[in-house]
Design a binder for this molecule. Structure first.
Ligand code: 3PG
Length: 213
């Protein structure tokens, strides 16, 4: 997959909803009902972080949910890419970008939302042919004003800012011309997941899905 095709695919995924839930799932039994609640609430694109021992199994379960588009987050190595793909992930997300990781994603047809936090990071991805990326950690890096400033000289890169994004500040990002969607964990809080309160999670998803952009 070329960087251009990967960016096209990522742009399509980002267009599905204003928010991509960032999920840290510790119990495989939570996978299906959690994904169903988020999809029912209007958030079909889901990022399952590879930060728990069961993450790949969670991806496998969530990939069975109708209407869901399941991606793997925290991709760090070529091995992660191969494992995520085998589990059924259709896109990847990483906190940063290395040539090794980009090579692996291109070789294994895994569209990647690669993390950037500086103008140089963005320029490197643009040089390679990418036009869609993640901005991470968004709030700690200056938030929406910083992303807006990066967009002045580099308007050709479009972003999914993630990290510290919530219902409170999501609009600030979504109103920017270089923001396609935002990523965030607030739609699936750990306490609600633990309790299995899928109705409450569906309500949070619905609220997030209604954000203007
Ligand atoms: C993460 O690192 O877990 C993601 O960027 C999500 O960040 P958040 O919990 O601040 O939404």
């Amino acid at each position: 997959m070329t960087p251009q095709d990967a960016s096209q695919k990522c742009a399509e995924i980002c267009a599905l909803a204003p928010v991509v839930p960032v999920l840290v799932v510790k119990d495989v039994a939570h996978a299906r009902p959690l994904a169903e609640a988020l999809v029912a609430g209007g958030l079909p694109a889901l990022e399952v972080t590879l930060r728990t021992p069961v993450a790949l199994e969670v991806i496998r379960e969530m990939a069975k949910v109708e209407g869901g588009v399941v991606g793997a987050g925290t991709l760090l190595t070529p091995e992660d890419v191969i494992a995520a793909k085998a589990a059924g992930a259709t896109f990847g997300v990483s906190p940063g970008a290395t040539d090794k990781l980009l090579d692996a994603c291109e070789a294994h047809d895994m569209p990647l939302l690669a993390g950037t936090s500086t103008a140089s990071d963005v320029m490197k991805l643009l040089e390679r042919g990418y036009t869609v990326a993640k901005f991470f950690p968004a709030e700690a890096n200056g938030g929406a004003p910083a992303l807006k400033s990066i967009g002045a000289p580099l308007p050709q890169m479009k972003f999914c800012p993630t990290g510290g994004v919530s219902l409170k500040n999501a609009r600030d990002y979504l109103s920017l011309s270089n923001t396609l969607c935002v990523g965030g964990s607030w739609v699936a809080p750990a306490d609600l997941v633990e309790k299995g309160d899928w109705k409450a999670i569906e309500a949070l998803a619905r609220e997030a899905a209604a954000l203007p952009r």
